[in-house]
Design a protein around this ligand. Sequence first.
Ligand SMILES: Nc1ncnc2c1ncn2[C@@H]1O[C@H](COP(=O)(O)OP(=O)(O)OP(=O)(O)O)[C@@H](O)[C@H]1O
Length: 252
Amino acid sequence: MAEPVLSVQHLVKRFGGLTATDDLSIEVLPGELHALIGPNGAGKTTAIGQIMGEIAPDSGRILFMGAEITRLSTPARVRRGLSRTFQITQLLEDDTAEDNVALAVQAHAGHSFRFWRDAFRDARLRGPARAALERVGLPEARWGLAVADLSHGERKQLELAVALAGEPRMLLLDEPMAGLGASESLRMTEVLRGLKGRIPILLVEHDMDAVFSLADRISVLVYGHCIASGTPETIRHDPTVRAAYLSEEEAV
Ligand SMILES: Nc1ncnc2c1ncn2[C@@H]1O[C@H](COP(=O)(O)OP(=O)(O)OP(=O)(O)O)[C@@H](O)[C@H]1O
């Protein structure tokens, strides 16, 4: 088997008396779209926070591209190629969609641009920003609009473009379908299908239609512990998973 891009090993995180991740181990393989599912409060966002270095684990290890990153800062992990999106989008409301992505390109490029306004006129930012907007399928007519004027679905697409702006080596997506209507969810599913195979993705998502149609493998979290990991077919028929999480109605 190929060496994992991301290897999460025995992660434990306690918040007071509550164990949010409980001996959590997951592996994401090269090119894989790996979904992390589980009931509300199962520890999915806490897991992403630990992988990104925003939350310090009490114990366990995280390896990225074969190197241990458990104690690295978030910026150091981003420099190594990890990138994430959030459940609630973190965008600059008054700036245009294109400015938001260009700013992310600039942030990734480091200190070679001294002033933001000068920098934005620079094709070195504009080119990659537009490429990222195209990758997430945001229509060009929307690029010049302020974020505040975009629909919720467009903001989710934009946040994905911001995450892609630094050309990361792996994406961590925290509920990209959250709050989307049926047609917006389908659009986002197709956007993710377009990214699939080009970049490894760890996808936290409650939309089971999206998860089962997109994922190469699925890991199921219950009370912070991974109770099963396997292909959608395996997970669909796993009695432990069905008992713990997927109701008859939800199972697809
Ligand atoms: N900073 C914190 N302090 C205390 N408890 C926390 C903190 N962050 C998360 N928790 C708790 O840890 C548990 C796991 O939360 P987490 O947000 O990781 O779950 P989740 O699987 O992402 O849930 P959801 O699907 O609802 O987003 C929950 O019980 C939550 O209340």
